[in-house]
Design a protein around this ligand. Structure first.
Ligand code: ZN
Length: 149
């Protein structure tokens, strides 16, 4: 197989994963008794996200999101809630900063297997206007962590 075929296959797979999360978002909706509710907007694209989190100590006991916007912003929020649920503050900080490096184009973060399905969003690094879309839910998460911490 030619390397270009492989990279085309991977980007088709990533595109499919993004569309799957966009069409069938995970953890979409409000949660019971949230400790933090953070709204973030990306006026450049018209994206809006509200992230709700309930904590158990420094662990995320439950997380949900509501909002609307482009497929990147909504898929990123869906993937974020899936990966963050049950994690501690330290784990969240590590995943969040690694994800940020990945979408900003850091090659070692893009190749990091611990990023798992989040790597589906690594392609946005090539489109600076979409980086804000991908980071919107994560910026809401960062704000929630800061307020809770
Ligand atoms: Zn967007």
């Amino acid at each position: 197989m030619q390397p270009s075929d492989r990279s085309a296959q991977i980007s088709a797979l990533y595109q499919e994963m993004i569309l799957d999360h966009y069409r069938r978002p995970r953890n979409k909706g409000t949660i019971e008794n949230p400790d933090e509710k953070i709204v973030m907007k990306n006026p450049l694209c018209g994206d809006e996200i509200e992230v709700q989190i309930r904590y158990d100590g420094d662990q995320v006991a439950d997380i949900g999101f509501t909002g609307r916007g482009c497929s990147i912003s909504q898929a990123s929020a869906s993937m974020m809630t899936q990966i963050i649920k049950g994690k501690s503050a330290d784990e969240i900080e590590s995943i969040r900063s690694r994800f940020r490096e990945m979408v900003m184009g850091d090659q070692s973060a893009q190749a990091d297997p611990t990023m798992g399905s989040l790597r589906a969003l690594s392609g946005v690094a090539k489109f600076p206007a979409r980086v804000k879309c991908a980071l919107l839910a994560w910026n809401a998460l960062e704000e929630a962590q800061r307020k809770h911490g």
